[in-house]
Design a protein. Structure first.
Lengths: 116, 113
Protein backbone atom coordinates (compact mmCIF):
# COMPACT_ATOMS: atom_id res chain seq x y z
CA UNK A 1 0.00 0.00 0.00
CA UNK A 2 1.14 3.51 -0.73
CA UNK A 3 1.45 6.17 1.96
CA UNK A 4 2.74 9.70 2.43
CA UNK A 5 3.99 11.44 5.56
CA UNK A 6 4.33 15.16 6.12
CA UNK A 7 6.01 15.34 9.52
CA UNK A 8 5.36 19.01 10.18
CA UNK A 9 1.87 20.34 10.79
CA UNK A 10 3.11 23.90 10.39
CA UNK A 11 6.19 25.68 9.10
CA UNK A 12 6.91 29.28 9.99
CA UNK A 13 9.39 31.29 7.97
CA UNK A 14 10.27 34.94 7.54
CA UNK A 15 9.69 36.53 4.17
CA UNK A 16 12.79 36.31 2.01
CA UNK A 17 14.11 33.24 3.80
CA UNK A 18 14.29 29.77 2.26
CA UNK A 19 11.24 27.58 2.66
CA UNK A 20 11.28 23.79 2.94
CA UNK A 21 8.26 21.54 3.38
CA UNK A 22 9.10 17.92 4.07
CA UNK A 23 7.53 14.81 2.57
CA UNK A 24 8.40 11.14 2.73
CA UNK A 25 6.59 8.35 0.95
CA UNK A 26 6.22 4.59 0.91
CA UNK A 27 5.41 2.53 -2.17
CA UNK A 28 6.19 -0.97 -3.38
CA UNK A 29 7.44 0.11 -6.77
CA UNK A 30 8.25 3.33 -8.55
CA UNK A 31 6.31 6.42 -7.55
CA UNK A 32 4.68 9.38 -9.19
CA UNK A 33 5.04 12.25 -6.70
CA UNK A 34 3.12 15.51 -6.54
CA UNK A 35 2.81 18.73 -4.58
CA UNK A 36 -0.41 20.68 -4.31
CA UNK A 37 -1.18 23.99 -2.62
CA UNK A 38 -4.49 25.05 -1.10
CA UNK A 39 -5.31 28.68 -0.41
CA UNK A 40 -8.16 29.55 1.98
CA UNK A 41 -11.59 28.61 0.68
CA UNK A 42 -10.13 27.18 -2.51
CA UNK A 43 -9.54 23.76 -4.01
CA UNK A 44 -6.12 22.17 -4.29
CA UNK A 45 -3.90 23.54 -7.04
CA UNK A 46 -1.17 21.53 -8.75
CA UNK A 47 2.36 22.82 -8.12
CA UNK A 48 4.71 20.22 -9.57
CA UNK A 49 5.28 16.53 -10.15
CA UNK A 50 8.03 13.96 -10.45
CA UNK A 51 7.52 11.11 -12.90
CA UNK A 52 10.99 10.17 -14.05
CA UNK A 53 14.26 11.77 -15.10
CA UNK A 54 15.97 14.65 -13.34
CA UNK A 55 15.59 14.40 -9.59
CA UNK A 56 15.09 18.16 -9.26
CA UNK A 57 11.76 19.29 -10.63
CA UNK A 58 10.63 22.87 -10.98
CA UNK A 59 7.06 23.99 -10.67
CA UNK A 60 4.77 26.95 -10.36
CA UNK A 61 5.42 30.12 -8.34
CA UNK A 62 9.17 29.45 -8.03
CA UNK A 63 8.79 26.18 -6.15
CA UNK A 64 10.96 23.15 -6.74
CA UNK A 65 11.22 19.69 -5.23
CA UNK A 66 13.95 17.10 -5.07
CA UNK A 67 13.27 13.42 -5.45
CA UNK A 68 15.56 11.31 -3.27
CA UNK A 69 15.00 7.62 -3.85
CA UNK A 70 17.35 6.38 -1.14
CA UNK A 71 15.62 8.51 1.49
CA UNK A 72 12.18 8.09 -0.08
CA UNK A 73 11.68 11.82 0.19
CA UNK A 74 10.28 14.56 -2.00
CA UNK A 75 10.78 17.82 -0.12
CA UNK A 76 9.32 21.03 -1.48
CA UNK A 77 11.56 24.08 -1.54
CA UNK A 78 11.54 27.73 -2.41
CA UNK A 79 14.70 29.84 -2.16
CA UNK A 80 12.96 33.02 -1.02
CA UNK A 81 9.50 32.82 0.52
CA UNK A 82 6.78 35.40 0.01
CA UNK A 83 3.92 36.30 2.34
CA UNK A 84 1.61 35.16 -0.45
CA UNK A 85 3.06 31.64 -0.16
CA UNK A 86 1.18 31.23 3.13
CA UNK A 87 -1.14 28.31 2.48
CA UNK A 88 -1.69 24.61 3.09
CA UNK A 89 0.62 22.30 1.16
CA UNK A 90 -0.07 18.67 0.32
CA UNK A 91 2.31 15.99 -0.89
CA UNK A 92 0.82 13.06 -2.81
CA UNK A 93 2.02 9.78 -4.29
CA UNK A 94 0.71 7.41 -6.92
CA UNK A 95 2.21 3.97 -7.29
CA UNK A 96 3.13 2.87 -10.80
CA UNK A 97 1.55 -0.54 -10.65
CA UNK A 98 -1.72 -1.57 -12.16
CA UNK A 99 -3.17 -2.67 -8.84
CA UNK A 100 -2.86 0.85 -7.48
CA UNK A 101 -5.18 2.10 -10.18
CA UNK A 102 -5.32 5.81 -10.63
CA UNK A 103 -5.50 6.74 -6.96
CA UNK A 104 -3.37 9.46 -5.39
CA UNK A 105 -2.65 9.16 -1.70
CA UNK A 106 -2.27 12.51 0.05
CA UNK A 107 -0.29 13.46 3.12
CA UNK A 108 -1.93 15.24 6.01
CA UNK A 109 -0.85 18.66 4.81
CA UNK A 110 1.58 21.26 6.15
CA UNK A 111 0.46 24.78 6.89
CA UNK A 112 3.03 27.36 5.83
CA UNK A 113 3.02 30.77 7.44
CA UNK A 114 5.33 33.37 5.96
CA UNK A 115 5.71 36.42 8.16
CA UNK A 116 6.64 39.85 6.78
CA UNK B 1 -11.24 25.16 -20.17
CA UNK B 2 -13.60 25.87 -17.28
CA UNK B 3 -11.93 23.35 -15.01
CA UNK B 4 -13.77 21.01 -12.68
CA UNK B 5 -17.10 22.57 -11.80
CA UNK B 6 -18.85 21.82 -8.52
CA UNK B 7 -22.23 22.95 -7.30
CA UNK B 8 -23.43 24.30 -5.04
CA UNK B 9 -20.51 26.21 -3.51
CA UNK B 10 -22.23 26.30 -0.14
CA UNK B 11 -25.02 24.19 1.28
CA UNK B 12 -26.70 24.53 4.64
CA UNK B 13 -29.26 21.91 5.51
CA UNK B 14 -31.05 20.50 8.48
CA UNK B 15 -30.19 17.15 9.96
CA UNK B 16 -32.13 14.37 8.29
CA UNK B 17 -32.46 16.08 4.94
CA UNK B 18 -31.10 14.70 1.69
CA UNK B 19 -28.13 16.51 0.20
CA UNK B 20 -26.90 16.18 -3.38
CA UNK B 21 -23.55 17.52 -4.47
CA UNK B 22 -22.73 17.82 -8.16
CA UNK B 23 -19.58 17.70 -10.22
CA UNK B 24 -18.72 18.26 -13.86
CA UNK B 25 -15.21 16.97 -14.67
CA UNK B 26 -12.91 18.35 -17.31
CA UNK B 27 -13.85 17.17 -20.78
CA UNK B 28 -11.64 14.26 -21.84
CA UNK B 29 -10.74 13.22 -18.31
CA UNK B 30 -11.74 9.61 -17.67
CA UNK B 31 -11.24 9.45 -13.89
CA UNK B 32 -13.26 11.27 -11.25
CA UNK B 33 -12.66 11.44 -7.51
CA UNK B 34 -14.71 12.61 -4.55
CA UNK B 35 -12.83 13.82 -1.46
CA UNK B 36 -13.94 15.14 1.90
CA UNK B 37 -11.85 17.61 3.88
CA UNK B 38 -12.22 18.32 7.59
CA UNK B 39 -9.92 19.80 10.19
CA UNK B 40 -9.93 16.59 12.20
CA UNK B 41 -9.42 14.04 9.43
CA UNK B 42 -7.74 16.03 6.69
CA UNK B 43 -8.34 15.02 3.07
CA UNK B 44 -10.14 11.69 2.66
CA UNK B 45 -10.84 9.89 -0.60
CA UNK B 46 -14.47 8.78 -0.60
CA UNK B 47 -14.83 7.12 -3.99
CA UNK B 48 -13.38 7.22 -7.47
CA UNK B 49 -14.57 6.30 -10.95
CA UNK B 50 -12.71 5.23 -14.07
CA UNK B 51 -14.68 5.54 -17.31
CA UNK B 52 -17.86 6.14 -15.27
CA UNK B 53 -17.42 2.89 -13.32
CA UNK B 54 -16.87 3.00 -9.54
CA UNK B 55 -13.46 1.48 -8.83
CA UNK B 56 -12.89 2.04 -5.13
CA UNK B 57 -15.60 3.11 -2.70
CA UNK B 58 -13.85 1.92 0.43
CA UNK B 59 -13.69 5.48 1.73
CA UNK B 60 -17.44 6.02 1.73
CA UNK B 61 -18.23 6.42 5.42
CA UNK B 62 -21.49 4.51 5.56
CA UNK B 63 -24.61 3.58 3.65
CA UNK B 64 -25.97 7.09 3.95
CA UNK B 65 -23.45 8.11 1.29
CA UNK B 66 -23.85 7.17 -2.36
CA UNK B 67 -22.24 8.36 -5.57
CA UNK B 68 -23.14 8.00 -9.21
CA UNK B 69 -21.59 8.85 -12.52
CA UNK B 70 -24.27 8.38 -15.19
CA UNK B 71 -22.04 9.75 -17.95
CA UNK B 72 -18.56 11.11 -18.56
CA UNK B 73 -19.55 14.69 -17.83
CA UNK B 74 -21.49 14.45 -14.59
CA UNK B 75 -21.30 12.92 -11.13
CA UNK B 76 -23.29 13.25 -7.93
CA UNK B 77 -22.56 12.55 -4.30
CA UNK B 78 -25.66 12.07 -2.20
CA UNK B 79 -26.05 11.97 1.57
CA UNK B 80 -29.37 10.68 2.87
CA UNK B 81 -30.12 11.34 5.67
CA UNK B 82 -27.55 13.98 6.48
CA UNK B 83 -26.06 14.37 9.97
CA UNK B 84 -24.11 17.22 11.60
CA UNK B 85 -20.89 15.16 11.48
CA UNK B 86 -21.13 15.22 7.69
CA UNK B 87 -20.30 18.92 7.77
CA UNK B 88 -17.14 19.34 5.69
CA UNK B 89 -15.82 20.61 2.40
CA UNK B 90 -16.39 18.10 -0.38
CA UNK B 91 -14.06 18.23 -3.36
CA UNK B 92 -14.38 16.66 -6.76
CA UNK B 93 -11.28 16.08 -8.89
CA UNK B 94 -10.66 14.60 -12.32
CA UNK B 95 -7.78 13.48 -14.46
CA UNK B 96 -6.89 11.33 -17.41
CA UNK B 97 -5.74 7.93 -16.26
CA UNK B 98 -2.47 8.20 -18.16
CA UNK B 99 -1.58 11.53 -16.62
CA UNK B 100 -0.58 11.64 -13.02
CA UNK B 101 -2.05 14.68 -11.37
CA UNK B 102 -5.58 15.72 -10.58
CA UNK B 103 -7.49 18.91 -11.25
CA UNK B 104 -9.65 19.87 -8.30
CA UNK B 105 -12.90 21.76 -8.22
CA UNK B 106 -13.44 24.63 -5.79
CA UNK B 107 -15.39 22.44 -3.42
CA UNK B 108 -18.80 22.45 -1.76
CA UNK B 109 -18.89 23.58 1.84
CA UNK B 110 -21.63 21.56 3.53
CA UNK B 111 -23.05 22.53 6.89
CA UNK B 112 -25.60 20.26 8.51
CA UNK B 113 -27.38 21.85 11.46
Amino acid sequence: AQSVAQPEDQVNVAEGNPLTVKCTYSVSGNPYLFWYVQYPNRGLQFLLKYITGDNLVKGSYGFEAEFNKSQTSFHLKKPSALVSDSALYFCAVRELIKAAGNKLTFGGGTRVLVKP
Amino acid sequence: DAGVIQSPRHEVTEMGQEVTLRCKPISGHNSLFWYRQTMMRGLELLIYFNNNVPIDDSGMPEDRFSAKMPNASFSTLKIQPSEPRDSAVYFCASNHQRVGGYTFGSGTRLTVV
